[in-house]
Structure formats: structure tokens, C-alpha cells
Design a protein around this ligand. Structure first.
Ligand code: S6P
Ligand code: ZN
Length: 192
């Protein structure tokens, strides 16, 4: 007989992503993303203030078992390092075959994806955008607006995180401001 969990409901404020009884809140400062931005000089200069780039509110602490789901909200604050917009670390799922669903709640962002063959794909996210991350694609979100960019994520609880591949190589392309607009360019630090 399986050990049945009890059903439950978590309230999420759909206008700002706040989860009043979040199980976990993770805060990521520039220091946590050291070396990930293309402009090292700008990154070093900003490191003195070590700004908060984003936070993740986990709605559950469901067991990391096959068949379970977890869900969360992420808020990326507006800002840039040099001309590169604030972003999340980005990761592949440790179990690559696990997909994920994002939904835009507030602000404007890009979902930057990269396949295992280094193919780049970008999805624009605004409130109501349901963006599907297929299995095996690395994913990073980027705040391209002037306000907080907030989105909801739902993912298999056993998906896990492979941060190392992105921390080492980054994404093949990055998103920078050019003429006041977000623009995708080749990543000058990219190494295959
Ligand atoms: C988890 C999901 C999100 C991210 C969050 C922060 O699979 O994709 O909850 O964890 O947006 O991004 P990162 O890359 O720092 O984990
Ligand atoms: Zn993920």
C-alpha cells in the first residue's frame, strides 16, 4: 500500500508572485553568479554593492521522487551588468528527460533555451505566457523590462539541477541592450 500524501492548496499572489507561506525562499545575489556575465569589468564594479538579482519562492517541499511535482515563483529584479540584463543562473535538469512549464505573471522577460547540441531558442514571456521547456533543454530567464519579471514554474520533483555545465560554458548567446532594445548576440565568453 503506498504512503498517500494529503492533498493541499498553496496560495500564490498572481500579480507579484508572492507565496505567503512559502516552504523555502532562495535569494541569489550577484556574488552567487560570479563570472557569469560577459562584461567582467562591469561585474567587478557592481560586486561592491552585490545587488540582489532574483529570488525563488518554493510553494512545496514535496519529496524529490518520480511522480511528484514541485512548483515555485521566481522574481527577477530589473537591472543590467554592463549592457547585459539580469538573469537566473540557468541549468539543465539533472535528469535530462524532465520537462518543465513556466507561466508569466508580471513584467516582461525572455526564456533563453539551449539544446544539448547548442541550438539556441528564445521565448518572450509576459503575463499569461505559458512557455514549455521540453526535456533536455537548458533554461535561463532574463528580465528585459523596467519592472520585476515574475513567473510561475511547475516541474517534476525529481528533475534536479545541473548548474555546472552552464557555470562552466554559459549559453552560446546572451541578451544585451542595443539601442534601448533587448538583442541576442553571440556570447564572447562561449567555449564549446
Ligand atoms: C526549476 C525551475 C525554476 C528555477 C528558478 C531559478 O527547475 O527552472 O524554479 O530554479 O527560476 O533559476 P536557477 O537557474 O537559478 O535555478
Ligand atoms: Zn528547471
Amino acid at each position: 500500500m503506498p504512503n498517500y500524501m494529503s492533498p493541499f492548496t498553496t496560495m500564490i499572489n498572481l500579480s507579484n508572485g508572492l507565496i505567503p507561506i512559502a516552504a523555502v525562499v532562495q535569494k541569489r545575489y550577484l556574488h552567487d553568479l560570479e563570472g557569469m556575465f560577459a562584461d567582467s569589468t562591469a561585474e567587478d564594479a557592481l560586486m561592491i554593492n552585490n545587488p540582489l538579482l532574483y529570488e525563488v519562492q518554493e510553494a512545496t517541499q514535496n519529496p524529490m521522487e518520480e511522480g511528484q511535482l514541485r512548483y515555485s515563483t521566481t522574481t527577477i529584479y530589473p537591472g543590467k551588468v554592463g549592457d547585459e540584463y539580469y538573469f537566473t543562473k540557468g541549468h539543465y535538469h539533472a535528469i535530462g528527460s524532465r520537462a518543465e512549464l513556466y507561466m508569466g505573471l508580471a513584467g516582461e522577460g525572455y526564456l533563453l533555451l539551449m539544446s544539448p547540441e547548442n541550438e539556441i531558442n528564445v521565448q518572450r514571456m509576459t503575463p499569461g505566457a505559458m512557455s514549455y521547456i521540453p526535456p533536455y533543454w537548458a533554461h535561463r530567464t532574463i528580465n528585459i523590462g523596467k519592472d520585476n519579471f515574475v513567473f510561475f514554474a511547475c516541474y517534476p520533483a525529481d528533475a534536479g539541477y545541473d548548474y555546472a555545465s552552464i557555470a562552466d560554458k554559459g549559453f552560446a548567446q546572451i541578451v544585451v541592450e542595443r539601442g534601448g532594445k533587448p538583442t541576442l548576440i553571440e556570447n564572447p565568453k562561449w567555449e564549446k
